[in-house]
Design a protein. Sequence first.
Length: 148
Amino acid sequence: MSYLNIANLGEDFVAQWLESTGWMILQRQFSCRWGEIDIIAEYTENIREPVLAFVEVKTRSFGSWDDGGRGAITLKKQAKIERTAGIFLAEYPEKSDYTCRFDVAIVSYEIAAKNNRQLSVTQEPIAVCLGEYKFQLQEYIPAAFEYL
């Protein structure tokens, strides 16, 4: 399977997890001339101010060279995502009063059992098997750009 397909499966996994925790997915792979944002989600349940999360998903095999994708979130990458978020807010001005944050999801994957060809949730926390791959949410960092 190509890296692009693995990345898309990782994004699918994170989008499903966000929805299961009360987030509503507004956009997937939102792009403009400045860049792309993997997931844009909003949370409005039981809070005073709605939250808009611009989520960067990094899907890597176990033991990757760039610390599971954390090393790929450079200041230049952050600036591109921030500019792209500005374009999104310009296109959807009704969301401009929301509290905005930039989250990062670190997902690992490995080849699962060869005879496992259907979606099945494992007993491990926040992990899923999709076809021949097992995906696991290693870390979800809310407001990550403040910490990276």
